[in-house]
Design a protein around this ligand. Structure first.
Ligand SMILES: [Fe+2]
Length: 364
């Protein structure tokens, strides 16, 4: 069934009605759950909650397995994720694995729809994971991208009050993740009219509201940024992300840079390079389409030209005091780390030498 997005105060009643008839619900949540104002609403749902919080911020395969075991032991009929991208990714994998053979490695089995109802309440405005069919977990230290249509949550609840207690740096990083996802989706070779509409809405809303959200902690702006992050999630659910995201993962693992921060330091380098190599465009719609896309992104950011938009983005990072990592001693390792599959979503090809040069400029 298509995803239902619940926003506004009616979500409590709607979700309650949807879950009525379920005996037990596996609640997948991190430690921040206890500080949430909506905790009482969740605990008032007409279903018994079984809490699972045994996962790390970069969730491990074994932690997901523990969640699957708990779901079976407690005979839970549905799953609710409340948290950031990690909690939602863990819940998605529990749903995907819970009807598979527990005696064999889940990652080696053919994924099928388990039919277990899944709801997600994001507590950050950034990943958009509540509206994607992707999850990331780690198996023996190696990142695993899990993709299946059935792990798109049946319900996504957008409740902006959860953003009020977020640390400022986390608000910045997650919002930048959403902005990068919106921009990358827009220029992706996989874009469609629908995905570009979501991307445009996301990028425009972030440009209009970022200052009030980050600097003034305005509630209306928080609701708009949460909606924007969800649009960006819906956009990448269609297109996937591109080179800046592909480049970011190793910066996170080597330098400990949070995901959105890492993607945001890569994005202007990729953007600048693509602007000066539009003629190399591999998008089937041609270079004229790509120029239109770059013009559209610039207009959404209130800029007169694509190069002014790149400057705007760099200025945003400076104004938010997002620091760059330093150290150019691992450039080859970084350039070799970039997943070629994800890179192929980019409209202008980037080879190893180009990637190395970009990392060098970021890390200088
Ligand atoms: Fe992301």
């Amino acid at each position: 069934m298509p995803q239902k997005i619940l926003s506004g105060p009616g979500w409590r009643q709607t979700l309650g009605l949807e879950l009525a008839g379920q005996k037990k619900l596996l609640l997948v949540c991190g430690g921040s759950y206890d500080r949430l104002g909506i905790r009482e609403d969740i605990e008032a749902l007409p279903v018994e909650l079984v809490r699972f919080g045994g996962f790390s911020s970069n969730p491990k395969y074994e932690e997901v397995c523990a969640g699957v075991e708990l779901l079976h032991r407690e005979q839970c009929g549905s799953v609710l994720a409340v948290g950031g991208g990690s909690a939602i990714d863990v819940a998605k994998c529990i749903k995907l694995y819970c009807r598979m053979d527990p005696a064999r490695n889940y990652l080696e089995q053919e994924p099928t729809d388990s039919g277990v109802p899944l709801a997600a309440i994001p507590t950050t405005a950034g990943t958009g994971s509540e509206s994607t069919r992707f999850a990331v977990i780690y198996y023996r230290g190696v990142k695993q991208s899990v993709t299946h249509d059935s792990i798109l949550p049946d319900w996504a609840v957008l409740e902006p009050s959860v953003l009020e207690g977020l640390p400022l740096y986390q608000k910045k990083c997650t919002m930048l993740d959403a902005l990068c996802q919106g921009i990358e989706s827009w220029w992706s070779v996989n874009s469609t009219a629908e995905s570009m509409d979501y991307a445009r809405r996301a990028v425009t809303a972030i440009r209009e509201n970022w200052r009030a959200y980050i600097i003034e902690a305005d509630r209306t702006a928080a609701a708009d940024i949460m909606q924007a992050a969800n649009y960006a999630g819906q956009a990448i659910n269609i297109t996937q992300t591109t080179a800046p995201h592909a480049m970011s993962y190793k910066l996170t693992s080597l330098y400990g840079l949070p995901h959105g921060h890492a993607a945001a330091v890569c994005l202007p380098e990729v953007w600048q390079y693509m602007l000066s190599h539009v003629e190399n465009c591999v998008d089937r719609r041609g270079a004229a389409h790509l120029r239109d896309v770059f013009d559209g992104i610039a207009a959404a950011l209130g800029c007169e030209s694509p190069s002014a938009a790149v400057s705007w983005f760099r200025g945003l990072l400076a104004e938010m005091e997002m620091k760059y990592p330093h150290g150019t001693d691992r450039l080859d390792e970084l350039a070799a780390s970039v997943n070629p599959v994800r890179l192929k979503n980019s409209p202008v090809p980037l080879d190893g030498g180009v990637l190395r040069d970009m990392y060098e400029r970021i890390l200088k």
